[in-house]
Design a protein around this ligand. Structure first.
Ligand SMILES: Nc1ncnc2c1ncn2[C@@H]1O[C@H](COP(=O)(O)OP(=O)(O)OP(=O)(O)O)[C@@H](O)[C@H]1O
Length: 706
């Protein structure tokens, strides 16, 4: 190390020590304030309680207001305390020296997860990574640069840039990063073993990722990214950015994540709190379906549909799914629903208690509410009719009973042949050209492919509560949703959206949406792509590329052992090999191991066997709600979005992995591995791994590939 570097490092250590000291002082001051305020609040509450009887209304109200203000101020201090405590652990991770044009000298800007200013001087000691000036750190190397401020663009020159690894307030290392932004630190981060949950990547966000995070203008932002490109991480950082940037109008209560399942929701749950933001609400399509359909009909779950397709592809079943998975289907259904009012409504005279409302009155009243959804419109007609007739009866001294109201309602409903949205939806298939496209899944049970078309029909024909309070919606795994699901989202959420996914990772080839389809649904959207894959070693990425090639993908250069394809003599041998791999993993430095089977049933059977053999592991199925650390066994579908240090893919044989959907599952399973990948099989190896096979040795003890 040169003298200059040593001297620099000493300076940096001193700077860090000073910063830590100031943070500690602030923490103590906040602790003192919180304690004192809490005592005062208690005393005031006691005083209020003791003197309640002697106080008049205004005094009580003033007193309560005072207490409320103090409570709010303590809450504010507690939030600040949390942030300062977080900064004490790692005050900053980067520094950028920027010399604005026209200034005498450059300013040094340290960048961390939060802002921190000296309470006395108000000097900014640490800039939040989302602050405008911090974009210099992510977007530029040395030389000319600029950033946007509320007063316009600030131009100048970056004269230096550094990255730090600080843990427990101690400097572990620092790097000049003027030339190769983040490469060293990024490599170190990526080669670490996985904690049990997703972590923040704020110190190593890459330029193309930063463009996604900081896009402020898109109403809808579609992010297509290859497996492991950081889509989910970036989308969560984007939410944190938007919460910071629009803090006056957007709070965590106004943001919702639509995630593929509950385990995934739990897996990502730490990221926003780590970034100093509150957790945001989460939902998934199952919950939306349940809210609409639980009182209407039984229905298949998405997992059941995927399960059926994995077991055996029935052509008629696949044709029904395909038909309902196109934008044309949504247009056809929409058009059909819209024309029902004109084609199926037959106005008739309404009679009750010797009073009548003419056909003309009915026609006019129905027409005047043409902006309402169909069933709401019929209700409007019935309400108006009840109102007018009741008035007439009462004017003549008569009495109006509840049975009269229901009599009128019945007559109005009789003017329209479909009793509710479900009946209407089924009527859509009475057209001979569509008859074969509707098939109940059982007695009063509909197929999954009908779930969202039915919900769409319900939304289009009657008023429903929607998510008006949500101002930003994040949709993950976009490729797994059909156009009609997007149509439902459009009706329910009138807010900005970030939609992300990977067309290569669909779990259902019959109903997945390609990027052009999603783009056609959101023509106003900004579309961005992430092509660099960060998760896996180069060897694992290349192996997965051979299963399902994506020419867009650029692997990051990080090396590890080649994936291992292990041929076994029989099922017992295969189980013994898997046990051995688990043992090997236990003795290694790695933390997480995912055993990823093709189906939940296969995972369950292997789980039972491994548990009997004394292995401690967690089985995740569709009902699981929490992600666990250590060894996990699950299916490829559930493992979507998750990652593990090591992955074992059992039963990689030709019998198990044959169809297109199987290829998707195998691809998803392999791309979950960060550092090591092992595949086991007895019987002939699946042809999807043909590139890794050695011709003569199907039952050979162990092979490596590719
Ligand atoms: N800039 C970065 N710095 C450090 N790690 C990164 C960066 N970008 C991505 N990663 C890491 O790459 C891995 C994959 O990220 P993430 O799960 O967000 O990707 P994804 O595109 O959603 O993956 P998939 O679609 O395959 O589930 C994570 O371990 C993440 O921390």
């Amino acid at each position: 190390m040169s003298d200059v570097q040593t001297c620099d490092e000493e300076q940096e250590r001193r700077h860090l020590a000073e910063t830590v000291q100031r943070l500690r002082a602030e923490l103590e001051s906040l602790d003192g304030y919180i304690d004192r305020s809490a005592r005062t609040i208690d005393e005031r509450k006691q005083h209020l309680w003791d003197n309640l009887r002697d106080m008049d209304f205004a005094e009580k109200a003033n007193f309560r207001q005072d207490v409320d203000n103090s409570v709010r101020s303590v809450e504010h201090a507690a939030t600040r305390r949390k942030r300062v405590a977080r900064l004490l652990e790692t005050p900053y991770f980067g520094r950028v020296d920027f010399h604005p044009d026209g200034d005498d000298q450059p300013g040094r800007h340290y960048i961390g997860v939060h802002n921190f200013s000296d309470p006395q001087t108000q000097e900014i000691l640490i800039h939040d990574w989302r602050a405008p000036v911090s974009s210099l750190f992510y977007d530029f190397e040395s030389g000319q640069a600029f950033f946007e401020t509320p007063d316009g663009t600030s131009r100048g020159e970056i004269t230096g840039k550094r990255q730090y690894k600080i843990q427990g307030g101690q400097l572990e290392f620092m790097l000049e990063s003027t030339l190769n932004i983040g490469d060293d630190v990024l490599q170190r981060e990526l080669s670490q073993s996985a904690d049990n949950r997703m972590k923040n990547i704020v110190a190593t966000i890459q330029r193309e990722q930063n463009a996604v995070i900081r896009n402020e203008t898109a109403q809808v932002l579609i992010l297509q990214g290859v497996a492991g490109s950081g889509k989910t991480s970036i989308a969560l950082h984007r939410v944190a950015f938007l919460l910071y940037r629009f803090k006056d109008t957007l709070s965590s209560d106004n943001v919702m994540i639509l995630s593929p399942n509950k385990v995934f929701g739990d897996y990502i749950a730490d990221v926003l709190p780590e970034l100093g933001e509150e957790q945001v609400a989460e939902t998934d399509f199952d919950r939306i379906a349940s809210a609409f359909l639980d009182k209407v009909t039984d229905y298949e779950q998405f997992s059941e549909q995927v399960g059926k397709l994995i077991d055996r592809v029935d052509d008629a079943f696949a044709a029904r799914i395909r038909y309902k998975a196109t934008p044309e289907f949504v247009a056809e259904l929409d058009q059909w629903i819209t024309s029902r009012a004109d084609e199926d409504f037959s106005p008739a005279e309404i009679k009750q208690k010797y009073h009548r409302l003419s056909i003309d009155w009915v026609t006019e009243t129905f027409a005047e509410a043409s902006n309402l959804p169909l069933f709401t419109r019929l209700d409007h007609l019935a309400n108006r009719a009840v109102h007018v007739l009741k008035q007439q009866v009462r004017d003549r001294g008569g009495k109006w009973a509840a049975s009269d109201t229901s009599g009128v309602r019945k007559q109005v409903r009789a003017m329209f042949p479909h009793k509710d949205a479900f009946a209407l939806y089924k009527a859509f298939y009475q057209d001979p050209s569509r008859r074969s496209m509707y098939q109940p899944a059982g007695r009063r049970k509909i197929e999954y492919a009908d779930v969202f078309p039915l919900i769409y029909t319900m939304i289009k024909t009657a008023r429903h509560d929607n998510y008006n309070h949500i101002r930003h919606l994040l949709v993950d795994e976009m490729q797994d949703y059909t156009p009609v699901q997007y149509a439902v989202l459009r009706e329910l959420f009138s807010c900005t959206m970030t939609i992300l996914g990977d067309a290569n990772q669909s779990v259902n080839p019959f109903s997945s949406s390609s990027l052009p389809i999603i783009r056609s649904i959101f023509p106003e959207a900004d579309c961005l792509e992430l092509r660099k894959s960060y998760r896996s070693t180069t060897e694992i990425t290349e192996f997965a590329q051979n299963i399902s090639r994506n020419d867009e993908l650029v692997p990051i250069e990080r090396h590890g052992p080649p994936p291992q394809v292990i041929g076994c003599a029989d099922p017992a041998d295969q189980q013994a090999r898997i046990l051995k791999l688990i043992e090997q993993h236990r003795d290694s430095d790695q933390r997480s191991l995912g055993i990823i089977c093709k189906t939940v049933a296969q995972a369950e059977a292997l789980h039972d066997h491994l548990t009997r053999a004394g292995v401690e592991l967690t089985f995740l199925d569709y009902d699981s709600t929490t992600f666990a650390s250590g060894v996990i066994i699950t299916s490829a579908h559930i493992a979507k979005g998750l990652e593990f240090d090591t992955v074992i893919v059992p039963q990689a044989d030709q019998h198990n992995y044959t169809s297109d959907i199987d290829r998707c599952m195998l691809y998803i399973a392999c791309t979950r591995a960060m550092h090591e990948l092992h595949l086991t099989h007895d019987g002939p190896l699946t042809h999807f791994l043909g590139f890794a096979a050695e011709p003569e040795a199907d039952l050979a003890p162990a092979r490596t590939g590719p």
